[in-house]
Design a protein around this ligand. Structure first.
Ligand SMILES: C[S@@+](CC[C@H](N)C(=O)[O-])C[C@H]1O[C@@H](n2cnc3c(N)ncnc32)[C@H](O)[C@@H]1O
Length: 281
């Protein structure tokens, strides 16, 4: 099949993203949003996002948070959703259209190559993006540059990915977590991206207002169990696609996780991320 120059670039961009942009990943991001939605809404409230706010959704993905933000800020507010994946952005546009939301602006852009511009927005929301970019420094500089003075940057970004463990311990699942971290690093990312935030914030002129660790301990019966469970299922396939692991290795992880899941006494700690609210000074 012959593809136009533009569609070759789009296909490469989608394939390059370490987690992929297929339907399964799209659904998984929805589940992930539902698990963390109460925490997110409460965080946005404390950060001052309200009716009439102008908010940027940085690396918006399929727009699950975009929709919530657009409903929250209402018709006098505005949401600017920027995202690298054309596929995810298309899904976000349809989700907003289906809800009759007309206060969302979309932009397909790679933040490592392009600029957000000086937008004077009230707030920026950035979740699970910093681990996947080659320069978190540029990411933060772009966010700060797009805020008005006094505007807030809100992040949910991993700070200690290895907290993802089972009790009792399961060695194959622990090596899966190590492999996931290695795969992000191999594509220029850093799983524990938030460890560098204090230094980057100082350089960019952001003052931390609040920083809270977010980690859950769940059992197989909890709804939140489905978050890591779905990640394992989808990412085992992705790691094989990337040529990092073979089918036997993947099956051993799957088998061990199913064993853990069948024991109602099992506990699972989720990968820890940091919730940060910081103000542009
Ligand atoms: C794990 S997803 C999170 C999506 C969304 N923030 C959420 O919480 O559902 C990471 C997102 O970052 C986007 N992304 C990664 N690198 C990017 C870049 N350089 N510029 C813009 N978006 C990027 C990916 O395409 C993907 O949609």
């Amino acid at each position: 099949m012959i593809q136009s120059g533009e569609s070759v670039v789009t296909a490469k961009k989608e394939a390059d993203y370490v987690l992929g942009t297929n339907d399964e990943e799209l659904d998984r991001l929805g589940l992930q949003h539902r698990v963390w939605r109460p925490t997110v809404l409460e965080c946005w409230r404390r950060a001052g996002i309200t009716f009439g706010s102008r908010v940027i959704d940085v690396g918006a993905g399929p727009g699950y948070a975009t929709v919530d933000l657009a409903e929250l800020v209402g018709p006098t507010g505005e949401v600017f959703a920027m995202e690298r994946s054309a596929r995810f952005l298309e899904f976000a546009k349809k989700a907003c259209a289906a809800r009759g939301l007309t206060n969302v602006r979309f932009r397909e852009a790679d933040l490592m190559k392009e600029s957000l511009g000086e937008l004077e927005y009230d707030a920026a929301w950035c979740r699970w993006v910093a681990s996947f970019v080659s320069s978190p420094e540029k990411l933060i500089d772009e966010i700060v540059g797009a805020l008005r003075l006094g505007g807030v940057a809100i992040f949910h970004e991993y700070i200690d990915y290895r907290t993802w463990r089972l009790a009792p311990r399961r060695p194959a699942v622990e090596s899966f977590v190590e492999e996931v971290m290695a795969s992000w690093r191999a594509t220029g990312g850093e799983p524990d991206a938030a460890l560098n935030f204090p230094m980057l914030f100082r350089a960019a002129g952001l003052r931390i207002v609040e920083a809270n660790p977010r980690v859950l301990t769940v059992s197989p019966r909890d709804y939140a169990w489905q978050w890591p469970a779905s990640f394992i299922e989808i990412n085992l396939v992705r790691l094989q696609e990337l040529g990092r692991v073979d089918a036997d290795w993947a099956e051993a992880v799957r088998r061990e996780f199913r064993e853990a899941e069948s024991d109602p006494m099992t506990l699972l700690n989720t990968p820890m991320f940091l919730e940060i609210i910081a103000r542009r000074e």
